[in-house]
Write a new protein. Structure first.
Length: 177
């Protein structure tokens, strides 16, 4: 998305039209993710204080971890997930339907797109609380999954199939606890 925005502004600059530095758009995008980061850090702090997460592994208690996996599975099946995934998968469509002129418009566009991407991934990121956010293996696995979901054909089906799989796995985890 950032590359798409930059390309459009490059063409505007070459034609002598008003343009906005890509950094303005990127700042809006990063604001959305920074807010998520603050919320995740506060959640971690609160969970540690409540003794619901291990300070050593960053892993939730087994039942709570299973509930997060189930909730993530349910979220994968919601219309909100589908809408966010659709906007996140198609930068050109987003630009065509959400373009705003000027610096404030670029910042707003970046924030909106960041929120769509966040809406697409936030529960997948929350899985790190269940798996242990200090696990590089799980970080890599979730990153690869997000990449596949967003960029491969059939991303919506991948999201749905994974949602059903997460539901099943979460139920399995509850039965094992």
């Amino acid at each position: 998305m950032i590359l798409t925005f930059a390309a459009i502004n490059r063409h505007k600059r070459r034609r002598g039209q008003p343009f906005v530095p890509t950094l303005v758009f990127t700042s809006g995008y990063l604001i959305a993710w920074e807010l998520f980061g603050v919320c995740a850090a506060l959640a971690d702090w609160g969970l540690e204080r409540a003794a619901l997460i291990s300070p050593m592994t960053g892993r939730l208690t087994p039942i709570l971890g299973a509930l997060v996996v189930i909730a993530a599975g349910i979220y994968q099946l919601t219309p909100l997930k589908s809408v966010c995934l659709t906007h996140c998968r198609s930068p050109f469509e987003f630009v065509l339907n959400h373009w705003r002129d000027g610096p404030a418009g670029a910042l707003r566009m970046g924030l909106e797109h960041g929120l769509y991407c966040l809406g697409c991934c936030w529960f997948l990121m929350a899985l790190l609380f269940a798996a242990g956010f200090m696990s590089l293996l799980w970080m890599a696995a979730i990153t690869i999954f997000v990449f596949i979901e967003k960029l491969f054909p059939g991303g919506e089906w991948i999201a749905r199939i994974s949602g059903v799989a997460m539901l099943g796995f979460g139920i399995y985890l509850i039965c094992q606890a």
